[in-house]
Design a protein around this ligand. Sequence first.
Ligand SMILES: [Zn+2]
Ligand SMILES: [Zn+2]
Length: 366
Amino acid sequence: MVTERLAGASAIFTPLLSRAHPYVVAMAPPHLLAPTPAGLFCAAGDFYIDPLRPVPRALITHAHSDHARRGHGDVLATRETLDIMALRYGEDFCARRQVAAYGQSQRIGDVDVSFHPAGHVLGSAQVRVADERQRIVVSGDYKRASDPTCAAFEPVACDVFITEATFGLPVFRHPDASLEADKLIASCALFPDRAHLVGAYALGKAQRMMVLIRQQGWERPIYIHGALEKITEYYAREGNDFGEIRKVSAAERSKLAGEIVLCTPASLQDIWSRKFPDPVAAHASGWMRVRARARQRGVELPLVVSDHADWNDLCATILETQCSQVWITHGEADALVHWAGCIGLDARPLHLIGYGDEEDAVEAQT
Ligand SMILES: [Zn+2]
Ligand SMILES: [Zn+2]
């Protein structure tokens, strides 16, 4: 009896609700995406976004290895992301590839899907998933600071914004990256007898550092560890001008006093680095803001250069999307959830396991 009455009631109220004030519609619980152990799943389109394990259909935000894994069936991503995945994993990294151009919408199952620039690394994208009731944007990793090596982040209006929060604490306010490049160049002038080894992720950070030091006036050749070669060549083919780049040969290492050598963060600690003349270990990372981390890794010259949004940019971006709900995939969720709650947004941490360790993962495969 009771069930019948309730069913009747909902039949009466459903048409009313669907014409309700936009606020009521906007606050509806997200139905287009759900967190699962394999990652964010869209049942209406039968796909996962940045899945953590092999799935039949994957949408990939960018080519860092914690988001872009091999072994999926269909993969939809930007051309650059697909190219970089093929460079790293081999051409057979998935069964079928499909290119997503920025800003172009396509229907998958019962939803519209489009990719938009995330400003994180070359080819990085936010993914918008929408039907007639709800618009959800999955940010992937993103930053708002300028980076000439990739398309700039574009805010996309949505009801639910699913954001990363790698640096989601008020203590993280990234300085102007060009000042960090100045620091490196000043150190080279101060210590002309020492080689400067700069640890930087092979995908994105290394190439951004090249552009930054060129912009700040460094005209000498930039030396690179072999692990950075493939991706750097790809960036150059895609139109980035890095000036003269030289791969470091074993014989040359002892002669590179006063030079800048880019390498993966792990190479700073391995035997490779010891052949350089009195090397200065530098590391370009948002984590260099934490002095204990720099010390722990034996970094003499910490350079706070991040490819992720800092606290201010996370908050500003959430506001710009005009969302009413925020989901946080990974990183420092608690402070951001609190902040969002204080300004009346419905916020929720997803605690997805498997993202955010791109440094170790990248190094394992290069
Ligand atoms: Zn990333
Ligand atoms: Zn990531």
